[in-house]
Design a protein around this ligand. Structure first.
Ligand SMILES: *Cc1c(COP(=O)(O)O)cnc(C)c1O
Ligand SMILES: [Zn+2]
Length: 416
């Protein structure tokens, strides 16, 4: 099982995990140090638990959640690539994944709930405008651990159940995700934890399984990794997995290069990295944020406060892997969605289309060679397919808040 300690990436202190997200004296990320340098596959365990050695938990629950890496034929041929691998944690029955939250956020929700259970936490509080909310609502249904989820009223959480009794969904009027975050930060409930974003090691190590699964499939680390990012937490997680896999010793010596992408015109991380800047400058990198956010199709990529400059965060991951960033237009997204459906046979939303657009740019700019081993993370797939096969329902808010300042006593928190 995942016997582990936590290491502060600033002062190097080793900490015990008491649902710890931060060292007392530093602001840096903590990283999990697993006792097992080499991971032993546990094919006797369900779904992603086969990688339990490198998850911050001591036990597991019954789950179908899985991750698959497969070698592309259609898209690979079209792009002239001989070693293109696709990672999918969505709903794509033909390759053997049927994750009903349809995105790689499902990988983080599984160990997060298990770690909560082991640390005697009663429930979780989070703000989300999309896939994180869907994954945590879905996993709340599976684990019966309650979740308080705050969304902007304009958002929809599409889940595979008409109703989930363990979820208290609160909508804040309007369409600003910021207000939902603000309200979520004010809510306190005995025994409940806030989801913790990039600081939550269970979230990161869950998403890291994208690279772990790829390494076990390819029998080596890939040369390149392509992903669309908002916060960049997924990319940081995959980088951490790369370091663990190098240390494991069985997967070669290539430190996988990160290629991360955002949707033009909201691409603050691309702007900051293009200037080689260690901090995002609100004026230079994120001007007209509200207006630009309204223009992008890939709405999951519009994080205004990504963990970019924090020690162990996105900047460090890019620097350590000699990484590249890209800005992809809505037009490139449209053609990538169409191309992918025609060549690989599954529907994808705008976010993975951004990653595909960036792969096209990288080929054009000769940042990858035709024979390189390339891993493309399809961060979400198959919503349309799942709707057809099974049905998807928009989760109904239990309560609609006029604004983010409403008295907390007004919220039906005791209903859970
Ligand atoms: C969350 C999300 C991303 C971005 O992930 P990061 O946390 O920024 O790494 C990309 N695509 C989809 C579909 C997502 O849900
Ligand atoms: Zn510290």
């Amino acid at each position: 099982m995942g016997i582990y300690k936590l290491k502060c990436l600033s002062c190097n202190r080793i900490l015990e995990d008491d649902y710890t997200n931060k060292c007392n004296s530093c602001n840096a990320l903590l990283r999990t140090k697993y006792e097992k340098k080499q991971l032993t596959l546990r094919n006797d365990l369900p779904g992603i638990w086969k990688y339990i050695d490198w998850l911050p938990v001591n036990s597991y629950f019954e789950t179908d959640t899985s991750i698959k890496t497969y070698k592309s034929n259609g898209l690979a041929k079209e792009l002239g690539l001989s070693n293109l691998y696709i990672s999918c944690a969505g709903y794509f029955p033909e390759i053997g994944v049927k994750n009903k939250a349809c995105s790689f956020k499902e990988l983080e929700s599984v160990p997060t709930y298990q770690r909560m259970k082991e640390k005697n936490k009663k429930g979780i509080i989070l703000a989300s405008a999309g896939n994180t909310g869907i994954s945590f609502a879905y996993m709340s249904k599976i684990t019966k651990i309650p979740a308080i989820i705050i969304i902007p009223e304009s958002a929809k959480l599409l889940v595979p159940y008409p109703k989930i009794d363990t979820v208290l969904l609160i909508a804040v009027q309007g369409n600003d995700y910021f207000n939902a975050i603000h309200l979520a930060s004010r809510i306190k409930k005995e025994g409940f934890v806030s989801e913790g974003g990039a600081r939550n090691i269970a979230r990161r190590d869950g998403m890291a399984l994208v690279m772990v699964d790829a390494a076990f499939t390819l029998k080596t680390l890939p040369d390149h990794y392509f992903q669309a990012i908002g916060s960049g937490t997924g990319a940081v997680s995959v980088w951490e997995a790369t370091l663990r896999l190098l240390n494991d010793g069985r997967f070669g010596k290539t430190k996988t290069k990160l290629h991360i992408s955002q949707n033009h015109p909201f691409n603050p991380i691309h702007n900051a990295w293009s200037r080689k800047a260690k901090e995002i400058d609100v004026d230079k990198d994120m001007s007209n944020a509200s207006a630009n956010i309204k223009k992008v199709k890939a709405t999951m990529l519009t994080n205004r406060m990504p963990p970019y400059s924090i020690i162990g965060g996105v900047y460090d991951a890019l620097r350590d892997t000699n990484g590249e960033t890209y800005a992809v237009t809505n037009k490139e997204i449209d053609s990538a969605i169409k191309l992918f459906y025609e060549l690989e046979g599954i529907d994808i939303p705008a976010e993975p289309a951004v990653a595909i657009g960036s792969l096209l740019q990288a080929i054009e700019q000769k940042k990858v060679k035709p024979s390189d081993k390339i891993l493309l993370n399809l961060t979400a797939a198959g919503f349309e397919r799942l709707k057809k096969d099974h049905g998807l329902y928009s989760l109904k808010p239990t309560y609609i808040a006029k604004n983010e300042h409403i008295p907390i006593e007004d919220l039906p928190l005791d209903d859970l």
